[in-house]
Ligand binder design. Structure first.
Ligand SMILES: [Zn+2]
Length: 176
């Protein structure tokens, strides 16, 4: 277990969202859509994950899915009661479904997703007990601007790269 700081006053939602943003930057460096997640229990990070859909060629390899699997391995149990999951973007329906099954107490996310989010943006799978048998307390919009800025810079770069390719420049030409 990773004890991050003795001063528990500093270990607030912002602090852990910054940690999730660090994971998102790992995704960015790997040319993945930059989304990151960390799972916290008793002010300590027990699992981390970053989006690895392209790296693993796995459409289910979203940041929070990877973090959930890691946390379950950490405990040797699928029940994640007493934990808080921090994600830089509102979970999609797949991830929200997985979160409910793993039963964390809280889910905290940065960027809201009114089109596809399943934690209140489009639908809310985290607060639908019954029939899903568990409710997660949800906090949204934590460091939303930072989470948005990272995604925007990724898509801006991706668009610029695609434009250059269309102009017939080689991949090598894109490296700074
Ligand atoms: Zn997802």
């Amino acid at each position: 277990m990773e004890i991050v700081n003795d001063d528990s006053e500093l270990l607030n939602d912002d602090y852990f969202m910054y940690q999730a943003l660090r994971e998102a930057r790992k995704a960015m460096r790997a040319n993945e859509v930059p989304i990151g997640a960390v799972i916290v229990k008793d002010k300590a990070i027990i699992a981390r994950g970053w989006n690895q859909v392209e790296t693993l060629k796995d459409a289910t390899a979203h940041a929070e899915m990877i973090a959930l699997t890691s946390a379950q391995n950490h405990y040797g149990d699928w029940r994640l009661e007493g934990t808080t999951v921090y994600i830089t973007k509102e979970p999609c329906p797949m991830c929200a479904g997985a979160l409910v099954h793993c039963r964390p107490d809280r889910v905290v996310f940065g960027l809201r997703d009114p089109k596809g989010g399943a934690a209140g943006g489009w639908i809310n799978l985290l607060d639908s007990n019954p029939p899903l048998n568990h409710k997660c307390e949800v906090t949204s919009g934590v460091l939303e601007n930072e989470c948005l800025a990272l995604l925007q810079s990724f898509f801006k770069e991706a668009r610029a790269a695609s434009k250059l390719r269309k102009k017939g420049l080689s991949e090598e030409g894109l490296v700074e």
